[in-house]
Design a protein around this ligand. Structure first.
Ligand code: ATP
Ligand code: MG
Length: 332
């Protein structure tokens, strides 16, 4: 297994109010070699916090308080700063939500990619330049443009340059956190397809984070659905879409008549997620769930197997019956 996230818990403290937000509360999933894994959920549910926890780039008030993040068997949460620095870019690379603004306006694009190489390897100038040319070809930018400054690039080209940078040292795992949110719909589509091709070509694994169900449906082998700091459901993407089990996922599917319909439909289930400060020992979806029973408010349901390699965290599936749940969800 390439990446094993086991019972990860990550908190943020607010120094002014002394309150603690548990942004990720006991999340587990695994990513196989070469696999594309999707993580979906609405805004604020903790997706980026998972990415930052894996990369160990949490802000000063953020902390991993529990669990393990194993990459090729090595627990990254236990590593000192320097060995962790070496793992970044070399083993895991992040294409972040605001990636295209991450380029420094003062330096040419190739200079910045070479700096990333130099931080890890001692390659000759020629070898670095060859690699930049190769990567530009790979991500579909004319290599002649490598000496340009970032402002000479369009938004889509900047995002491609960031993808090139992420690939520069052949990482085993690429984490793409909403890699195209800043782009228009057509560029988004092009970049995502390109990312998919690159992932297949390089054999890297990918953790693709998005709030857009249609993106995971197209790109990911397996998917985890996240809700208020926890996973609601996890399984093969195909069955998550065709045979969902968790009432939240059922609601999402309902809110999403066509999987190619577009983004932002996740929030059309009435209600809002609970605050992540002092989470109660209860199902977090209970207040929005048409199938909730008293037991849902007195303990937090664990993930349990519902079908082959498919798990959901709902205590009501057996009592209500999955067929009844699906029928009722479809009527709403
Ligand atoms: P989005 O889809 O909007 O990117 P997300 O799923 O990536 O959302 P996170 O950014 O991981 O969500 O945030 C999870 C929770 O942690 C939210 O409630 C957020 O307000 C809180 N949070 C995130 N960063 C911090 C921080 N630096 N300090 C305090 N709370 C934070
Ligand atoms: Mg985010």
């Amino acid at each position: 297994m390439l990446l094993e996230i086991e019972d990860l818990r990550t908190t943020y403290t607010d120094s002014s109010t002394e309150s603690t937000v548990t942004a990720v509360d006991g999340v587990s999933f695994e990513i196989e070699e070469g696999e594309s894994f999707g993580l979906v959920g609405e805004s604020g549910c903790g997706k980026s916090t998972i990415a930052k926890s894996v990369m160990r780039i949490l802000p000063d008030n953020g902390r991993i308080t529990d669990g393990a993040v194993r990459l090729n068997g090595e627990d990254l949460t236990e590593l000192d700063a320097e060995p962790m620095r070496q793992r970044r870019w070399t083993d895991i690379a992040l294409i972040s939500q605001s990636a295209m603004n991450a380029l420094d306006p003062v330096y040419t694009v190739d200079t910045q990619i070479k700096e990333a190489i130099e931080a890890h390897e001692s390659w000759s100038e020629q070898r670095m330049d060859d690699r930049v040319v190769e990567l530009f070809e790979l991500v579909g930018i004319d290599p002649e443009r490598r000496h340009d400054y970032p402002h000479q690039f369009s938004g889509g080209m900047k995002q491609r340059a960031m993808i090139a940078m992420a690939l520069v040292l052949d990482p085993d795992l690429i984490i793409a956190d909403e890699p195209t949110t800043a782009l228009d719909v057509i560029s988004q589509d092009t970049i995502l397809h390109h990312l998919e091709e690159l992932q297949a070509e390089t054999g890297a694994s990918m953790l693709l984070i998005t709030h857009d169900m249609s993106v995971v449906a197209e790109m990911c082998d397996r998917t985890a659905v996240m809700y208020a700091g926890e996973l609601a459901e996890r399984g093969p993407t195909e069955t998550i879409f065709t045979n969902p089990y968790h009432p939240y996922t059922l609601g999402l599917k309902n809110a999403f008549p066509s999987i190619h319909g577009g983004a932002d439909s996740l929030i059309s289930i009435p209600g809002a997620p609970p605050p992540l400060t002092d989470p109660a020992d209860a199902c977090r979806f209970a207040d929005r769930c048409p199938f909730a029973a008293p037991e849902c408010r007195s303990s937090d349901p664990p993930m349990k197997e519902v079908a082959d390699e498919h798990e959901a965290a709902c205590a009501r599936i057996d009592d209500v019956g999955i067929e009844t749940m699906r029928e009722q969800a479809a009527k709403r």
